[in-house]
Write a protein that binds this ligand. Structure first.
Ligand code: PLP
Length: 353
């Protein structure tokens, strides 16, 4: 056995065609809706070779086996779709707004019985797990960057026989591997760091459990929440440089956290100590905060995150964002530009108020 490779190497090598004379170095984009009969795929809603290449790469990074979906939300929806009607589910009361919206509507309609908890409060979460069927964990959370004690929560859930899904979008496999901690499913908004260029929407689920994989795959096949082959190819192309980009953005973020913390127009900085997302609060009104976001010239005022380009926004500009997110909170996705240029832009935007 050769020594286990580093993640930077895996990102470059995973999901490539076999090395043989004149084989393409990169997997081709397979644009077809159907396949000649007799094989395991058969039809384009059941499988595609370009997805398979991307899925193989994410599997090498996260462990388990992977399914690619048309978006992160499509992947999450597949997880909830396989839970029984009325199943008790534990979830954080603060997290990605799309998930919160979905869970609130499932709770109101009786589709699921959602027990919303403060995910930072480990005792509260463990108490809520009793009698539950499933726990959905996002850590760090979007946009407040709360960190759950994943190893403790996952092992408590496993002792109680509860299924565990983890949204690993913010931490990425460079920081944490939920499957290795015992989680049943790890999810990514591949749209973000894994793809990294703000040009594709994609999601993924990875699991070590064959029966679970089959149910999630059926959900994808019959709900039709499949990625396009071109998008899968773009995502895999982006994933090649994911460790490089993430490490650079993280380095930038750490420096910006220092500088933001000392700025008189910043009242609070949230940063979990790793990663490329910073949430900070402006010492001012919602309108002033909005003005800061509108005043940048390098940082794009746009939603989403995890790309090479720095983006920021006032999260509460979205009516669906949780009221527990402060009006003055700006979520900054730190890109790969030179850190001095990003800081100069932040300083000048803050000086507009
Ligand atoms: C963006 C995001 C999602 C949703 O992913 P899409 O690809 O936009 O559907 C889910 N979870 C987190 C933490 C996200 O940031």
């Amino acid at each position: 056995m050769s020594k286990e490779r580093h993640i930077e190497t895996t990102a470059v090598t995973a999901g490539r065609p076999e090395m043989s004379p004149d084989a393409a170095l990169n997997p081709p984009i397979v644009l077809t809706s159907t396949f000649h009969s007799g094989g395991p795929i058969g039809y384009g809603r059941y499988g595609n070779h370009t997805w398979t290449a991307l899925e193989a790469a994410i599997s090498e990074l996260e462990g388990g086996q992977t399914l690619a979906f048309s978006s992160g939300m499509a992947a999450i929806s597949a997880v909830f779709s396989i839970l029984p009607i009325g199943a008790p589910v534990v979830a954080s009361n603060q997290g990605y707004s799309g998930v919160m919206t979905l869970l609130n509507s499932f709770h109101e309609s009786g589709r699921l019985e959602v027990r919303f908890v403060d995910v930072v409060n480990t005792d509260e979460v463990i108490n809520a797990m009793k009698g539950a069927a499933f726990i959905w964990l996002e850590s760090p959370t979007n946009p407040c960057l709360d960190v759950a004690d994943l190893p403790t929560l996952i092992s408590a859930a496993k002792k109680l026989g509860i299924g565990v899904g983890v949204d690993n979008t913010f931490a990425t496999p460079l920081v944490q591997n939920p499957l290795a901690m015992g989680a049943d499913i790890v999810m990514h908004s591949v749209t973000k760091f894994l793809s990294g260029h703000s040009d594709v929407l994609m999601g993924s689920l990875s699991t070590n459990d064959q029966a679970l994989l089959k149910r999630l795959q059926d959900s994808r096949s019959f709900n039709g929440s499949i990625p396009g082959p071109f998008e899968a190819w773009l995502a895999l192309r982006g994933l090649r440089t994911f460790p490089l980009r993430f490490n650079k953005s993280q380095e930038n973020a750490k420096q910006l956290v220092e500088k933001l913390s000392g700025h008189k127009k910043v009242s609070r900085v949230r940063y979990p100590g790793f990663g490329a997302i910073i949430s900070f609060e402006v010492a001012g009104t919602a309108e002033e905060t909005q003005k800061v976001c509108d005043s940048s010239r390098l940082i794009a005022h746009a939603t989403s995150l995890g790309g090479v380009e720095s983006l920021w926004e006032r999260r509460r500009r979205w009516p669906m964002e949780s009221l527990s997110v402060p009006e003055q909170l700006i979520r900054l996705s730190v890109g790969c530009e030179h850190v001095e240029d990003i800081w100069n832009d932040i300083e000048s935007a803050l000086s507009s108020i």
